[in-house]
Design a protein around this ligand. Structure first.
Ligand code: NAI
Length: 464
């Protein structure tokens, strides 16, 4: 039986290795984490992350060939292959603060492997890391291990998107596996290819050198985010000229060289990866003395910040230049639909700007808890403190509750339940202050129909 250990039971480690256990019943998968509460949740009826289809996969294999534990050392000792799937957040202080990836978690996990391993291992970089991190991991492993133990390093970046993780893992566009171009490297690579090809067609399992594989992950995220910033930049031009960003996106997307995906204008991208990975690429470019390249990628993040600010300014301007003590219903707090993840969510920035304008913000999200919302809004750097949040934020248990008595309703996340076929906007209109404003930051509502009800509607990428 092949024995796999995954270090890091987060949004990536949990689903990606649970799917391996689901697809390969003869592979034993042990997912470990230092965070006891997270492991307890993985072992309970309520998993720590929400992903459509994940419960079925975990519940069907847990206790059979899928295990969650904090016994990190034992899992390392038993494993043939070890995925390192720990967090790599942007550094908050020191060299490269605000840009570089914090590799402390990667290093700690790597050192742990070196310290406790009693047999040879294939160590797989699953976390998103700067190009050539595998080199540092290899140096640490080799310097800390005994002579008769061999470590081979692979890069196997994860391309799943939150909200569609199970679908992406079950039927991925591609899987990348990078290795050192040596006979031992190729042999290690083949072990992982043999796992993935159990359910993924061979032609979608792409092998390459380590550094290409590491850089491809950063490059793919940078290119995706760049498309969003490009359409968002165009949305500003649309609002100023009377062009309609949906029509422009459609016109451009039907060009087969461009394609339609990731051309939806919005209040801005969020999530734990896009911003972090681009900033990481910016830092890498600077380290390589490529300032023009760094500035190019940096502008993608600058445009995203501008879009959030621009949308908030539009709200304030439209509400007669003041939102002080006005109730503003914010629908959606997760960074996108079908996930409870709020990391870098545009809703955090929007709420913070509105609170600073002394608005009373009533927030509803189907999957984000009040505790999480308050935690996000009081994080250092967000710009709002606990007293302000207590005074100005109410977390509601339904969209109707959030909108009751509100001057404006703002769509922040594109949850299906906020669409016209699911929410009764007539009922909402009746309970709101008049004039009743709607700001659609996700292009999910039918503005003409809402105007018929009596709403004043402002949509991103469309003039009023
Ligand atoms: P996460 O923060 O949800 O999970 C990481 C987990 O690793 C945490 O639970 C933490 O306690 C654990 N951990 C840290 N150090 C450890 C150690 N030494 N031993 C045991 N456990 C340890 O992070 P997430 O979102 O799963 O991301 C992991 C990596 O995957 C990051 O590099 C991220 O950039 C990348 N990634 C994330 C995607 C996403 O959608 N969240 C998509 C693709 C890649």
């Amino acid at each position: 039986m092949v024995n796999i250990c995954c270090i890091g039971a987060g949004y990536v480690g949990g689903p990606s290795c649970a799917v391996i256990a689901y697809q390969c019943h003869d592979v034993k998968v042990t997912i470990v984490d230092l965070n006891q509460a997270r492991i307890d949740a993985w072992n309970s009826d309520e998993l720590p992350i929400y992903e459509p289809g994940l419960d079925e996969i975990v519940f069907s294999r847990r206790g059979k060939n899928l295990f969650f534990t904090t016994e990190v050392d034992q899992a390392i000792i038993d494993a043939d292959l070890i995925f390192v799937s720990v967090n790599t957040p942007t550094k908050k202080s020191g060299m490269g603060a605000g840009y570089a990836a914090d590799l402390a978690y990667i290093e700690n996990a790597t050192r742990r492997i070196a310290q406790v391993a009693t047999s040879s291992k294939v160590v797989i970089e699953k976390s998103t890391v700067p190009c050539r991190t595998a080199q540092s991991m290899r140096t640490i492993l080799e310097a800390n291990s005994s002579k008769d133990i061999r470590f081979d390093i692979l890069s196997n970046p994860e391309f799943l998107a939150e909200g569609t993780a199970v679908k992406d893992l079950t039927n991925p566009d591609r899987v990348l596996i990078g290795c050192l171009q040596t006979p031992e490297g190729f042999a290690a690579q083949q072990k992982l290819v043999d796992i993935y090809t159990r359910w993924i067609p061979q032609e979608r399992v792409i092998t390459m050198n380590l550094w290409s594989s590491e850089l491809s992950k950063l490059a793919a995220n940078a290119l995706l985010a760049q498309r969003i910033s490009s359409i968002n930049a165009l949305s500003a031009i649309c609002e100023a000229t009377g062009a309609d960003v949906d029509e422009v996106a459609y016109a451009c997307g039907t060009d087969s060289r461009i394609g339609p995906k990731f051309l939806k204008a919005s209040v801005g991208f969020g999530g734990s990866c896009f911003q972090k990975d681009i900033l990481n690429l910016v830092y890498l470019s600077e380290q390589l003395y490529l300032p023009e390249v760094a500035a190019y990628w940096k502008s993608v993040v600058t445009m995203n910040e501008y879009q959030k600010m621009r949308f908030t300014h539009r709200i304030v301007r439209t509400l007669f230049n003041t939102v002080t003590f006005k109730r503003i219903a914010l629908l959606g707090f997760a960074f996108k639909k079908d996930t409870g993840d709020t990391r870098e969510s545009a809703a955090i920035t929007l709420s913070s700007y509105l609170i600073q304008e002394r608005a009373n913000v009533a927030i509803y999200d189907p999957k984000v808890s009040a505790k999480q919302i308050k935690m996000d809004l009081t994080e250092p750097g967000v710009g709002t403190n606990e007293a302000e949040v207590d005074k100005h934020v109410q977390v509601c248990s339904s969209a109707y509750e959030a909108c009751a008595g509100a001057d404006a309703l703002v769509i922040c996340t594109e949850w299906d339940e906020f669409k016209m076929e699911h929410l009764d906007y007539q009922k909402i209109f009746e309970k709101m202050q008049k004039p009743a404003f709607i700001f659609d930051g996700r292009l999910i509502l039918d503005a003409p129909k809402l105007r018929e009800i009596g709403f004043r509607v402002e949509t991103i990428g469309k003039s009023a």
